[in-house]
Write a protein that binds this ligand. Structure first.
Ligand code: CAA
Length: 380
């Protein structure tokens, strides 16, 4: 067992850390206030290939390790969790759908390479109003017509939806077959009948753009079918296993970001004639939180290691997602409390982090779904 980061991991971690401090920290409060996405910074971050780190060069990726991608999501999420989820959706949900699919390499490259470099934006359309935790309950359909397919339905809660050039849409080709008739298509922005619906006004991750995507008689050529009928559901679930490691990294980043703000605050602020950290109950609280963060980190890096070494990673991903996101909620809530009245004020950042943490316990499978995935393996 070696917990030392490789040169490649350290380099990507450092790049993402510097980018977060220089490009994301200025303006993060304003973007949260105004629900504005940092599109310019997002594209700049992508220029070095950050959004396709774990995918092969033959399909337009960077042939790096999954753990490098995970370390980068963690770093940016310490400062801006909205950026973290936009990044994670680009790489693991959109990119994962393409890379894990049975599409030929030229199609994978067509739809991955520009996303890898931030020239195009990708999103993932699985969730519907009647299909949240029960991802099998899809209503969106695809009907064969000539050399292609006609899609009808609506997706919701699509992160990056309003910005997306490419969206992977999961839908049923034969509703009578249920998930055995689920396929997946890449739908390009501007395709007639494909539009952005309601853009959500959210409690947290306010600068991330999340919307409905409406499909009204959308014609898509056959070659855009990246999962054939019957392959779509498994592609979605496999892709979500990777996505959950990304959300775990986002959660860990939020937890570490809030922890550091609290640590500095306890050293700087004096009450009752001494710095706050000299109050043993606060120092002990920080010791507990640091231990929670370390446990979460170990589960996260283990899940990433399982994925990149070809071991089963569904359960490790579920454990990491549940633990890292619960840790994010706990650390941010405690940080607000330790900062007292200041913690409740926007300029101290921790109230935003607390609002951002909440969604990490919900999306890409609620933490109750993660327990279902973990317990499902226990009693087979
Ligand atoms: N990988 C590949 N295949 C898998 C799999 C996996 N991880 N898990 C199950 N399967 C296969 C099964 O083997 C089974 O195959 P067979 O039919 O051949 O036996 C098939 O898929 C169906 O499996 P289940 O019967 O277990 O499926 P289910 O309907 O009971 O659902 C579930 C399982 C775990 C509850 C699943 O529905 C789920 O993960 N739900 C949560 C959905 C979710 O995470 N949504 C988030 C959307 S993305 C998002 O959050 C938006 C964003 O932008 C951030």
């Amino acid at each position: 067992m070696d917990f030392t980061l490789t040169h490649e991991q350290q380099m990507i971690q450092q790049m993402a850390r510097e980018f977060a401090q220089q490009e994301l920290l200025p303006g993060v409060l304003e973007r949260d206030e105004k629900s504005e996405f940092p599109l310019e910074q997002f594209r700049k971050f992508g220029q070095t290939g950050m959004f396709g780190i774990p995918y092969g060069k033959e399909i337009g990726g960077m042939a790096g390790a999954y753990s490098c991608y995970i370390l980068a999501v963690e770093e940016v999420s310490k400062v801006d969790a909205s950026f973290g989820i936009a990044f994670s959706v680009m790489t693991s949900l959109y990119g994962g759908s393409i890379a894990n699919s049975s599409a030929p390499d030229y199609i994978k490259k067509k739809y991955l390479e520009d996303v890898t470099f931030g020239r195009k934006i990708g999103s993932f359309g699985l969730t519907e109003h009647s299909a949240g935790s029960d991802a099998a309950g899809q209503k969106t359909v695809a009907v064969k017509q000539g050399d292609g397919w006609v899609l009808n339905g609506a997706k919701c809660f699509n992160t990056n939806g309003p910005l997306a050039d490419y969206t992977v849409v999961y839908c049923l080709t034969d509703p009578a077959l249920g998930t055995k008739g689920m396929a997946a298509f890449v739908v390009e922005k501007g395709t007639p009948g494909f539009s952005v619906g309601k853009v959500e006004n959210k409690m947290g991750i306010r600068s991330a753009q999340v919307s409905e995507m409406i499909l009204e008689d959308v014609y898509v050529p056959e070659e855009n079918m990246i999962a054939k009928p019957g392959e779509g559901f498994k592609l979605a679930l496999k892709t979500l296993d990777g996505g959950r490691i990304g959300v775990a990294a986002q959660g860990l980043g939020i937890a570490k970001g809030a922890f550091e703000i609290a640590r500095k605050y306890l050293m700087d602020r004096e009450q009752f004639g001494k710095p706050l950290y000299k109050q043993q109950y606060l120092a002990y609280k920080m010791a507990e939180l640091q231990t929670d963060i370390k446990c979460a980190e170990l589960l996260l890096y283990h899940a990433a290691m399982c994925k990149e070494t070809g071991q089963p990673y569904g359960v490790p991903a579920a454990m990491a997602k549940m633990t890292c996101t619960n840790t994010a909620m706990k650390v941010t809530t405690e940080a607000v409390q330790m900062l007292g009245g200041n913690g409740y004020m926007k300029e101290y950042h921790v109230e935003r982090m607390m609002r951002d943490a909440k969604i990490t316990q919900i999306y890409e499978g609620t933490n109750e779904i993660q327990k279902l995935v973990i317990s499902g393996q226990l009693f087979r």
